[in-house]
Design a protein around this ligand. Sequence first.
Ligand SMILES: NC(=O)c1ccc[n+]([C@@H]2O[C@H](COP(=O)([O-])OP(=O)(O)OC[C@H]3O[C@@H](n4cnc5c(N)ncnc54)[C@H](OP(=O)(O)O)[C@@H]3O)[C@@H](O)[C@H]2O)c1
Length: 329
Amino acid sequence: MTQIPVGVLGASGYTGRELCKLVLAHPCLELAFAAANDQQGTVARVGGHQLVFTPASEAPLNQVALVFSALPHGVSGAWVQRANAAGARVVDLSSDLRPGRGVDATPLAKNLAEAPYGLTELCRAAISNAEVVANPGCYPTAALLALAPLIERDLIAPNASIIINAASGVTGAGNSPTRELLFAEVTEDFRAYGVGNSHRHVNEMRAAVDGWRGRADLDLVFTPHLLPVARGILASMVVPLRTALADPLAPWREAYAEEPFIVVSPDPPALSHVVHRNIVSISACMVVSRQPTLLVMSAIDNLLKGAAGQAMQNANLMLGLPEHLGLPS
Ligand SMILES: NC(=O)c1ccc[n+]([C@@H]2O[C@H](COP(=O)([O-])OP(=O)(O)OC[C@H]3O[C@@H](n4cnc5c(N)ncnc54)[C@H](OP(=O)(O)O)[C@@H]3O)[C@@H](O)[C@H]2O)c1
């Protein structure tokens, strides 16, 4: 069978390397290029293969069916435009094209402004035919896949504020050297950052929630934390309900019964259940409190389900392949 050529921009980064690994192990894809910036020319061992990172400027964008852009936000949008103009379909992992990108962001060309949000399980119909897909952020993936069944079933109390506390491993910040991410700075510590709803994922999550069943009355209070592990996100969400649920797991069991990458369990999820897998693990229980309140927990691998794995689900759909191909469940 002829392999489909695809390329990775930002291949030397954490999500880019993960994408290269998935492409190299994929039964129907071949890696036509792996492009980098400062690390161009570097030889790296990725997924048991030796890769030489080419300069992004030399990436043969017109010779591939699809490009994964794993570039930083602010850089990615222009490359997405370039790749799409050269004839490639694109999955963009940055926040440049996502909903809620902000009023100050650079205006986008029409084809990019209309890129569907790539939360695969909820947006399949739009993704399959899209030229360009905006892959969701890691925290929004963990939170939105867990909250969607409650919003779709209109179970959340009117005018509720949902409290989302989430902790991520340090690969969430990428692999550019930063003093506050040095081993000695993060180890044996645990801290919040982006407090007061100032993290850019708040706008992305709000924009998605506003669009679902017109629930613009809902708000979110999101506090991310830095966890001294390499990978994984664990989110705990406190959700005020209209009325108590007799079976707190029923919304997810109904909504995701056929989903291979969503695991619903009465046991609270742990990072050890999800790292190196393309799954989201979801649990929920009623909270003993004066108002009907649900605690929802979800865990993902930020580099797989929160980035490269979800991007591969989307690419498979765009290329007419089975969605689960080449992905660890
Ligand atoms: N890390 C996560 O958990 C995660 C999850 C979801 C989404 N994302 C998003 O995915 C994207 C990549 O994240 P990451 O964590 O993989 O970042 P990263 O580790 O910092 O990697 C960034 C990549 O972009 C390349 N690059 C930087 N500036 C460039 C430029 N001007 N021209 C061409 N290439 C350039 C880098 O090349 P050199 O290293 O060679 O300079 C590197 O390959 C970001 O937009 C991020 O927000 C990340």
